[in-house]
Ligand binder design. Structure first.
Ligand code: MN
Length: 508
């Protein structure tokens, strides 16, 4: 029996009103999914419970957690939107609808479209809370993937690695990103998973014993130097990140020095430098392994001091030193800000300000550089560059900082080929634009178009999520009036050049 206390217990300082909201969502979901079972044979409600629990672990708001409980009611339990609106209000309905829409995006494994898929994912969700609910939903689904029919497992796990993980990573929600990776890993690369696991097992056994002795020495050293307010723990490298590193190091585990690491968490930034000083004055650091990510954060914003030292027990160990704030940021990323924002009185939650978090511009070397230079410098996927370019073209001549306009998402539509590839087009695009976006020859021989199985005229405005099929005929050729239908410059260019050629040849 799932108990609501397991969720609410994770949320300190919960008001009566908020507790009531969560418990009515809890009861509502339970009743809505009554009698439904998961592949594992357990009640369907367990999935909603676990999703909400992951959200509570991320310290999300009561509204987001409630939406997490309700996220499958529209799609899988035949509940009407009206009912959710009446009972839980417009905002929760908006979140539930967002998650439902995201669920309809299907990944079909075409690698060249991974970036468009991520972009589509971001565009469809609009609100960061929708993405976070979807990530939590996916995490529970992946954790129970072994029960899903075998032929579906690999696709779901691959989709998780290619689409969900990079988004969680970009948003800095490492807690989710790591768990999603490790849960998908065995289904996508079973052999490599086994190999990595074996290597780690052998290695970590000896490591742990030494580490245990060593951490006592560290505690003593800190206390002796007057540092008493700290948390010290170990973390083991996750399997998937170890696998990635092994690939880069010729599968030689001896070349990897951060398999296990000690983590020291302190109240303030200056404490971090002080502790580094204490440690280096006692143990010799490995040259070239001292990394000051506080002064020079990683592109995703990660901050800490890393140093690797000789322990005196015949091994080396990595020590990560960070402030509480840095630790929270590293684990929860953007998720740690959403809650505060929602709670702030009088300040409207900005639906799109989070998109800026996808831009990794914390690198201090880039201070004072223009936006274009920053984009060129960092390794940023093209769709994020598009967002930046869009923003700068909108604001040409004015200051470039500020929010990305809401219209970015409303100016673009995402449609699918019958095979499931995503094509990204401007608003009001027609089958003509779609055909030329696939290939100029497809465009030139367009004879008709089907949208979601039905014939449509060539001037039809396509909508988000349409599945478009172009019917071609080699004898067909572009018509003058297509120029009016076309919205994209690419399509217009091809049509014009064809008509000009044709005119030269025939004089018509
Ligand atoms: Mn679900």
């Amino acid at each position: 029996m799932k108990k609501i206390k397991e969720i609410t217990g994770l949320l300190p300082k919960l008001s009566k009103e908020d507790a009531l909201l969560i418990s009515s969502a809890f009861e509502f979901a339970k009743e809505a999914h009554e009698g439904q079972l998961r592949f594992s044979g357990e009640p369907y409600f367990n999935h909603l419970f676990e999703t909400a629990k992951i959200l509570a672990e991320l310290k999300m708001s009561p509204k987001t957690i409630s939406a997490g409980l309700l996220h499958d009611t529209l799609e899988d339990a035949n509940i009407k939107e009206e009912e959710v609106r009446e009972k839980f209000g417009e905002e929760i309905l908006f979140l539930v609808k967002g998650v439902t829409k995201l669920g309809k995006i299907k990944y079909r494994g075409a690698e060249r479209h991974n970036e468009s898929m991520r972009k589509l994912f971001v565009a469809v969700s609009q609100d960061i809370r929708v993405i976070i609910i979807k990530l939590a939903d996916r995490l529970h689904n992946i954790r129970t993937l072994e029960y899903v029919p075998e032929h579906k497992r690999e696709r779901i796990a691959k989709e998780t690695l290619e689409i969900y993980v990079p988004i969680a990573y970009r948003l800095g929600i490492r807690k989710l990103n790591r768990q999603l990776e490790d849960a998908s890993f065995p289904f996508v690369y079973p052999k490599e998973y086994e190999e990595t696991r074996k290597l780690l097992k052998e290695k970590s056994k000896e490591d742990f014993q030494k580490l245990d002795k060593f951490q006592k020495s560290i505690k003593k050293a800190l206390a002796k130097n007057g540092v008493t307010d700290f948390t010290l723990n170990y973390r083991l490298k996750t399997l998937y990140s170890l696998y990635n590193k092994l690939r880069r190091k010729d599968w030689n585990i001896e070349k990897i020095h951060d398999i296990s690491a000690l983590r020291i968490i302190l109240p303030e930034t200056e404490d971090c430098y002080k502790v580094m000083g204490i440690i280096h004055s006692i143990w010799r650091p490995l040259p070239g392994r001292i990394k000051d990510y506080i002064a020079f954060p990683k592109p995703n914003g990660y901050q800490a001091i890393h140093t690797t030292i000789f322990t005196g027990y015949g091994n080396v160990v990595e020590i990560q030193i960070k402030s509480r704030e840095m630790h929270r940021e590293a684990e929860f990323g953007i998720a740690s800000h959403v809650f505060y924002k929602e709670g702030e009185k009088g300040k409207k939650f900005s639906r799109l300000s989070w998109v800026q978090r996808l831009l990794p511009f914390k690198n201090p070397f880039l201070k004072g550089k223009s936006l274009e230079e920053k984009v060129a410098h960092e390794d940023i996927p093209s769709w994020i560059k598009d967002l930046v370019e869009y923003q700068s073209s909108e604001k040409r001549g004015s200051a470039l900082s500020g929010e990305i306009r809401d219209d970015f998402f409303t100016q673009r539509i995402f449609v699918f080929t019958p095979k499931g590839d995503v094509i990204d087009l401007p608003l009001e695009s027609t089958p003509i634009d779609f055909a030329y976006a696939i290939h100029s020859e497809v465009g030139n021989s367009t004879a008709g178009a089907k949208v979601s199985g039905k014939m449509v005229s060539l001037d039809t405005h396509l909508k988000n999520g349409d599945i478009v099929e172009i019917i071609t005929n080699k004898k067909n050729s572009p018509k003058q009036k297509w120029l009016e239908y076309a919205k994209t410059t690419a399509a217009k260019k091809h049509i014009k050049s064809f008509l000009q050629e044709h005119h030269k040849k025939t004089g018509k």
